[in-house]
Design a protein around this ligand. Structure first.
Ligand code: BES
Ligand code: MN
Ligand code: ZN
Length: 484
């Protein structure tokens, strides 16, 4: 689909669907030709046109373009969430329409404290993510939208905003697709193949894969403690995005890529265990962000590390009480094999030191506790650096993919002490479970500026609704803010 700006909508072309917006307030209506506007005002009084949020009213006309009015609630001055709902409604029109082009009327459509370029970027992104539906492993495929041209009618220069929105949507949909794939298909090996094909497709990306033998050699005993219980070989996947000179230090992204988390010997209960296929959504967000970067080609360097493994119970699996040595040299008493994300991550985080990074941000569906604490809307944000924390909050605000700061106080540190090792892999109890997990990670990230995003609540909301593709938006805006 081709996105373009146009000054004026064509209301005559019958192969073009015009989409406008309507709210409850008297003047909350997109600009329409006078005859249509007066007709609509009568229909509004008769309640044939619904201003209800997300509703779509087709206007019956004798001739000319079909017109659809999307309800936005009160006024055309929207909130971010209302714009998202409107974009989802546009996507539903796209899915049904057989017409060649769609024109969206931008005039009067505003979001408080946001520029028109922001509105265009998000409208494009959310329309394209709204049009995504998983069907890869279904025999019956979803009908593909056939619209060729997507026109944005309004004054301004939107070319850059459109490009940005398309690239974001692409990355978000890449992350959602990986998250939604079943765990018998999306294995660590599958993820490694995706990284190789990303490098084949985009010249600024290069991929290296560390196999288990190499990880053993590097001393990644924490990663191996998780991976060795599975017949699926674990992989440490490293992707380099090169947009700047060799002397420019990279920003590093690290993703938790548990393609399935049974809990291991500390087995999880059966209910909703299927949802643990989403335990690679941190990794999925890394793939999504790299795809977006490859399209936007900003002048920065990024290294992405995905710690991909499967957590299974088996005769070779780690026992509660085992002590292992991580790559950092620190020994860890594994008291619960279900706290495996921090084990694969701590070795990936130690590995990241070699890049002398400007910053390291890791994404992980790390704890059920963050879902209890924050629900499904914000991402839990932990950082050892105030500046980085501010940057990430701002990036999340810009992307409308928001993160909320959590404490990394040393008060929690003594919970992680073990009589048998340098530290244990769980706190003393469930209290503050997301925080103690972050404290564990912080023991391995003392040498650089670091943040941890606990995305267990944000990466998916239910098996039915599927993966959200978060935090591709936040990460993209963060990295773009570092172009200099
Ligand atoms: N992948 C889970 C976290 C999770 C649980 C995400 C439920 C989303 C929904 C993680 O590996 C895990 O099992 N964490 C444990 C840690 C505990 C054993 C200290 C948890 O949160 O229960
Ligand atoms: Mn677990
Ligand atoms: Zn897990």
């Amino acid at each position: 689909m081709n996105f373009k700006q146009t000054a004026q909508a064509d209301f005559k072309d019958t192969s073009n669907v015009v989409i406008g917006f309507v709210g409850k307030e008297e003047d909350a209506l997109s600009p329409l030709p006078t005859d249509l506007a007066s007709q609509v005002s009568q229909w509004r009084t008769a309640k044939w046109v619904s201003p209800k949020e997300g509703s779509v009213t087709p206007l019956l006309r004798g001739e000319g373009s079909p017109v659809m009015l999307i309800g936005v609630g009160d006024t055309l001055h929207l909130t971010e969430n209302k714009l998202k709902k409107a974009a989802t409604a546009i996507a539903s029109v796209l899915k049904q329409s057989q017409q060649k082009s769609v024109t969206v009327l931008l005039d009067n459509l505003k979001v408080r404290d946001r520029t028109q370029n922001w509105v265009v970027t998000k409208l494009v992104e959310w329309t394209l993510t709204g049009a995504y539906n998983y069907d890869t492993t279904k025999s019956e495929k979803n009908t593909q939208y056939t619209t060729e041209h997507f026109l944005l009618a309004g004054d301004g220069e939107f070319e850059e905003a459109i490009r940005h929105g398309k690239a974001l949507a692409h990355g978000v949909n890449v992350a959602r697709e990986l998250g939604n794939l079943p765990p018998n298909i999306c294995t660590p090996t599958y993820l490694a193949e995706q990284a190789i094909s990303l490098a084949d497709r985009y010249s600024p990306i290069h991929t290296e894969i560390l196999e288990e033998a190499e990880m053993e050699e590097l001393g990644m005993g924490a990663f191996m403690a998780v991976s060795k219980g599975s017949d699926q070989p674990g992989k440490m996947i490293i992707m380099h995005y090169k947009g700047a000179g060799d002397d420019v230090k990279p920003h590093v992204l690290v993703g938790k890529g548990l393609t399935f988390d049974t809990g291991g010997i500390s087995l999880k209960p059966a209910a909703k265990m299927d949802e643990m296929k989403y335990d690679m959504c941190g990794a999925a967000s890394v793939f999504g962000t790299m795809s977006t970067l490859a399209e936007l080609q900003p002048k920065i360097n990024v290294v992405a590390i995905v710690a991909a493994a499967e957590n299974m119970p088996s005769a070779r699996a780690t026992r509660p009480g085992d002590v292992v040595t991580s790559m950092s040299g620190k020994t860890v008493e594994i008291l619960n094999t279900d706290a495996e994300g921090r084990l694969v991550l701590c070795d990936a985080l130690t590995y990241a030191e070699r890049y002398k990074p400007q910053s390291v941000v890791n994404m992980a569906t790390l704890t059920g506790a963050i879902v209890v604490g924050l629900g499904h809307h914000p991402i839990g944000l932990y950082s050892n650096d105030e500046g980085l924390q501010k940057d990430l909050v701002a990036a999340g605000q810009k992307a409308w993919d928001r993160a909320w700061p959590m404490p990394l106080w040393d008060d929690y540190r003594e919970e992680m002490e073990s009589p048998y090792a340098d530290l244990r892999n769980i706190g003393q109890g469930p209290a503050g479970g997301s925080i103690t997990a972050a404290i564990y990670l912080s023991e391995f990230t003392k040498d650089y500026t670091w943040a941890h995003l606990d995305i267990a609540g944000a990466a998916w909301t239910s098996a039915k609704s599927g993966a959200t593709g978060r935090p591709v938006g936040l990460l993209t805006e963060y990295l773009l803010s570092k172009v200099g």
